[in-house]
Design a protein around this ligand. Structure first.
Ligand SMILES: NC(=O)c1ccc[n+]([C@@H]2O[C@H](COP(=O)([O-])OP(=O)(O)OC[C@H]3O[C@@H](n4cnc5c(N)ncnc54)[C@H](O)[C@@H]3O)[C@@H](O)[C@H]2O)c1
Length: 254
């Protein structure tokens, strides 16, 4: 077989532009740092504007930053108007969780979780994915959760969160089919437990129980989610679309 380009170059994102939602901290910020290290130009967004200046300082090359609440469809469209070129990569990462038994879950909590985690993915994909499809290329990576497929043990009930992530998985598969012949791939990463502000709020005994219930015996670091996103955003996954890629330390095997 003739020598071709080294296989690792397929992971390279030089010349690509990546928009990350909810990138002001946690997994989203780490995804943005990882994609920049792979060569991408970064557009960092978050609903909480106050997080962006500090987050931006972490980047060797200053990213573009934009305040964006993904639940606001009009703001999503306006952002597309402000960004000169359509991004090559969209990472729908913004997400929230509210843990409470179902009978104590308020209408407001149900709506908040569904609107950030599911409406937000739909609004951003509709706007930016349509532009990508028109152009004929692009990759969307949705940050789902293993909770889109299974109910985790020993935890305050998170009906809204689980339903929202199951919805994200179906949006992923449906858009993957809709845009497959327009050159746009749509995939999701479904993390298990990850060390971040979202999980730090739980009591130590819950964190220990979740670690013990995970075959690998620990939480993921945000970098371990970000590298899976880089793979799905890059040509290394060129024949993958509609995939929900579990990154869960084996949790769903038991
Ligand atoms: N931490 C985990 O264990 C875990 C596991 C599986 C999946 N996830 C998913 O990973 C993603 C990131 O989670 P994280 O742990 O980094 O959480 P985090 O709370 O640390 O960060 C979430 C970010 O999203 C932003 N955000 C919230 N609402 C928004 C909105 N309406 N519009 C735009 N931005 C908004 C927040 O300001 C924050 O910066 C979420 O989708 C979450 O569901 C997390």
């Amino acid at each position: 077989m003739p020598a071709t380009e080294p296989s690792h170059s397929k992971f390279d994102l030089t010349g690509k532009t990546a928009l990350i939602t909810g990138g002001g901290r946690g997994i989203g910020l780490q995804i943005a740092l990882t994609l920049q290290r792979a060569g991408a130009n970064i557009i960092l967004s978050d609903a909480d504007e106050s997080r962006l200046p500090q987050a931006a300082q972490r980047f060797p090359v200053k990213p573009q930053v934009h305040q964006l609440d993904v639940t606001d469809a009009k703001a999503v469209r306006e952002l597309a108007g402000r960004i000169v070129d359509c991004p090559d990569i969209l990472v729908n990462n913004a997400g929230v969780s509210r843990a409470a038994p179902t009978r104590d879950t308020t209408d407001e909590d149900w709506r908040t979780v569904l609107s950030v985690n599911l409406d937000g993915v739909f609004y951003c994909s509709r706007t930016f994915g349509s532009l990508m499809a028109e152009r004929g290329s692009g990759a969307i990576v949705n940050i789902s959760s293993m909770c889109g497929e299974i109910v985790t043990r020993q935890q305050s009930v998170v009906t809204a969160y689980n339903a929202s992530k199951a919805g994200v998985n179906m949006v992923t598969k449906t858009l993957a089919c809709e845009w497959a012949r327009s050159g746009v791939r749509v995939n999701a990463v479904a993390p298990g437990f990850v060390r971040s502000d979202m999980t730090d709020k739980y009591p130590k005994e819950v964190i220990t129980a979740w670690s013990n219930q995970t075959p690998m015996g620990r939480f993921a670091e945000p970098e371990e989610i970000a590298s899976a996103v880089q793979f799905l955003a890059s040509d290394a996954s060129s024949y993958m679309t509609g995939t929900i890629l579990l990154v869960d330390g084996g949790y769903t095997c038991w």
